[in-house]
Design a protein around this ligand. Structure first.
Ligand code: SAH
Ligand code: SF4
Ligand code: F3S
Length: 445
């Protein structure tokens, strides 16, 4: 029996899809590359913006056509939209067989088995603990990278940023135990994984579930976790996403800056550079605090690169507010930024505010920030010409298979000509020549 999972949304969903696939494979299912070849299709859904939900519902409608051709096909949804709208969709969409919430991944094989025996619709939406057996299963069938792995360190989010649906769909913060995470990383290292990518909606609050932001001199359980993972032989790089700026104590800053295995590329979601808007967003930091985190990191680790998330067109955002965001972004000089146009989400606090920034203004602000970013990436990359970087080799480049690509410690994409000996997963040194805003081109040393 064959299955196909289509994943929408963030890395958390990618990780959950991999777990679901691992469990299905353990239960005798085989992954296939196309929907047409599948006996079971699962959509792993995202709710973060309205556009995402529309796309997913469109896709779900389309799957009805496949079911007409193949009536034994099982169709299910998982993930964030399944959590919030699963019951409604089970009632409304005739060809939908099951909907499971964000904490029910470990139940998938059982639910699918039950449907094969008897065609009744299944909905399952309860919450589960962070270390629930099976929920974080890994697959070693070659589909996941054999040398880089996502590790989920906590479930849910309790920040309630006023615009965000995630706490509603993913539930409250539940950190896993340090020992189970470290054991998982050791197991991955034993399988040849050298790069660990830690995931959570608020990773800097690891071990501080549901707590208000700490004082600057607080010891950080997340920093302890980074140090514990870096002590594992075989682990060479540790990345993480997403940390929340309000949970950066000095000890976390010191650990990120000083621990050589912690990659010097930090995703630090800004959301807005205007203190007035940050307050409305319920982001408990101001632009001065954000700057101070950046400056303290740069002071100790001058090569560090930053990426960020920004929302344009939050209710009441004026040109002046927007320009504060723009200025702060130019000041930090991000390597990359994900810029989102504000989308009101049902049930969130900001959805009760008037969505008063016109669509064209949101679009214009979006384009201005994208143009700034491109200009900045061009000159930042040009400065790297002549430098030597250690690259984790991924394999042939998508655009030209005679060239290979990999990533620097700062997560920049580097392309080089292979020498016939290098393999995916190797760490090699590359001297950079030509650069573009997205890519560094170099030669193997
Ligand atoms: N936990 C992560 C983000 C998860 S959602 C963090 O705090 O960084 C990813 C990004 O989507 C957010 O950072 C935010 O920029 C954006 N986002 C969330 N809700 C949104 C909304 N209603 N409209 C537009 N963008 C939104
Ligand atoms: Fe959403 Fe805020 Fe939690 Fe991030 S920290 S997931 S933006 S509520
Ligand atoms: Fe989307 Fe859920 Fe991630 S809403 S962004 S898939 S946590």
């Amino acid at each position: 029996m064959n299955f196909y999972i289509k994943t929408y949304g963030c890395q958390m969903n990618v990780r959950d899809s991999n777990s679901a696939a691992a469990l299905l494979i353990e239960h005798g299912w085989s992954p296939v590359e196309t929907e047409e070849a599948a006996d079971l299709i699962i959509l792993n859904t995202c709710s973060v913006r309205d556009q995402a939900e529309r796309k997913e519902i469109g896709k779900l409608g389309f799957l009805g056509k496949l079911k007409r051709v193949n009536p034994s096909l099982i169709i299910g949804i998982m993930g964030c939209m399944a959590q919030s709208r699963g019951e409604e969709l089970l009632n409304r969409v005739k060809h939908l067989d099951f909907a499971i919430g964000t904490d029910r991944i470990h139940k998938i094989p059982e639910i699918v088995d039950a449907i094969r025996k008897e065609r009744i619709k299944h909905g399952s939406f309860e919450r589960a603990g962070a270390d629930t057996p099976g929920i974080d299963a890994h697959r070693f069938d070659g589909a996941e990278s054999p040398f880089s792995a996502f590790v989920s360190i906590m479930r849910g989010c309790s920040r309630y940023c006023s615009y965000c649906i995630v706490p509603f769909v993913r539930g409250p913060e539940r950190s896993r135990s340090m020992s189970s995470i470290v054991d998982e990383c050791k197991m991955l290292a034993d399988h040849g994984v050298t790069e660990i990518f830690l995931l959570g909606q608020n990773v800097s609050a690891f071990g501080w579930d549901n707590m208000a932001p700490p004082k600057d001199d607080a010891t950080s359980p997340f920093a302890d976790l980074l140090n514990a993972i870096s002590a594992i032989d075989g682990v060479r790089r540790i990345r993480f996403t997403s940390p929340h700026p309000a949970y950066f104590s000095q000890s976390l800053i010191d650990t990120i800056a000083r621990n050589d295995k912690v990659c010097k590329c930090i995703h630090l979601p800004l959301q807005s550079g205007s203190d007035r808007v940050l307050k409305l967003m319920n982001r408990p930091y101001d632009s001065a605090h954000y700057r101070s985190i950046v400056n303290r990191l740069v002071a100790q680790a001058p090569e560090i690169a930053f990426t960020t998330d920004v929302i344009v067109g939050f209710p009441t955002e004026t040109d002046e507010d927007f320009n504060m965001t723009r200025d702060l972004m130019n000041e930090v000089g991000y390597d990359n930024a994900y810029i989102f146009k504000y989308s009101p989400r049902k049930g969130t606090r900001s959805s009760r505010m008037d969505d008063d920034v016109p669509q064209e203004v949101k679009e214009e602000r979006n384009q201005i920030l994208l143009a700034d970013l491109e200009k900045r990436a061009e000159s930042a990359h040009a400065h790297l010409s002549g430098r030597i970087f250690e690259i984790l080799v991924e394999g042939p480049s998508k655009r030209n298979s005679a060239r290979w690509m990999g990533k620097t410690d700062t997560f920049r994409q580097a392309v080089f000509t292979p020498d016939g000996i290098v393999k995916p997963g190797d760490y090699v040194r590359v001297k950079i020549g030509r650069t573009t805003p997205t890519t560094l081109y170099g030669e193997l040393l």
